[in-house]
Design a protein around this ligand. Structure first.
Ligand SMILES: [Zn+2]
Length: 290
């Protein structure tokens, strides 16, 4: 058994020894390195399937994208995938276990507290959470059910940013932070992360449709252009996806887009609805059972 498995397992069980583990993993092979940025951010750079995956660690939390967090366990699995000696079966086993879906196509949730929101804003926020659920269920078999005593559920919060964990985890409450309380599609975007859905530009086949140049992205923002190992993009690459970013998002210079179409032209994003491709993606991940 390769040492990296042992090291990655240690990551799962020992948070206090994280730094020592990274250094050991770094010595083991050249497919992993980490650097510290100004402030509290460590950038982990992993070579997986010939492509670099960047993970930002901020305050002990791993970010796969600016608004998408992963668990220590998911990070440990990504570390394992940097090992080029894995055989096809080992690689596939790790890859398929990276993200779990909600059992029975059912997502439990708990509504946010009012906090500092005024009564009218709070009511709009609650209504837009329902509107976000309605967007998702319109053409899928997903169900959103208010939580009673289930151990796994989404807990909404009004916050200074939008973010969500990736997928379902046993005994984990998915804290979904929402800044854009007035946007059902942005709320749906974050809920879709909790359902296990990545950004459209992270599809493994994305290089057939777009050119991505992370050297044009601001320092520390390369995480937004990762290719998600094993992620099943469904159908044709979808520029209208509510999970797709704009050409110039995170660009150092807006005249130098990070992403373009293959012909060099640019594109913008929409956050108003779920596209046909979004529904196809959800239905592939959560097929109707009857
Ligand atoms: Zn997102």
């Amino acid at each position: 058994m390769k040492k990296i498995f042992y090291l990655a397992t240690l990551v799962l069980v020992s948070i206090s020894c994280k730094q020592a583990i990274y250094e050991a993993a770094e010595d083991e092979h050249a497919n992993y390195s980490s650097t510290s940025l100004a402030g509290d951010t460590t950038v982990h750079k992993l070579l997986i399937n010939g492509e670099h995956t960047y993970i930002n660690e901020i305050g002990g939390i791993y970010y796969f994208a600016e608004d998408l967090t992963i668990t220590d366990e998911q990070f440990g699995k990504l570390l394992q995938l940097t090992n080029t000696s894995l055989n096809t079966t080992e690689r596939a086993t790790i890859t398929t276990s990276l993200t779990s879906v909600w059992p029975n196509n059912t997502v439990y949730y708990s509504l946010p507290a009012q906090g500092s929101l005024n009564a009218a804003t709070y009511q709009t926020f609650l209504q837009n959470i329902q509107n976000a659920f309605n967007l998702i269920t319109a053409e899928t078999s997903m169900q959103f059910v208010q939580r009673t005593n289930q151990p796994e559920y989404i807990q909404f919060f009004h916050s200074t940013g939008n973010n969500s964990p990736l997928g379902w985890s046993r005994n984990r409450v998915n804290r979904v932070n929402i800044y854009n309380w007035n946007s059902p599609a942005i709320i749906a975007h974050e809920v879709m992360h909790s359902m296990g859905i990545h950004h459209e530009q992270c599809r493994p086949d994305r290089n057939n449709y777009i050119i991505v140049d992370v050297t044009k992205a601001q320092s520390g923002t390369s995480i937004n252009f990762n290719i998600a190992a094993g992620y099943a993009g469904n159908g044709t690459f979808d520029f209208n996806s509510v999970m797709m970013y704009s050409s110039t998002d995170f660009a150092i210079n807006p005249s130098q887009p990070v992403m373009t179409r293959l012909d060099g032209s640019t594109f913008t994003k929409q956050r108003s609805y779920l596209s046909t491709g979004d529904y196809a993606g959800i239905n592939a991940l959560y097929p109707a059972t009857n």
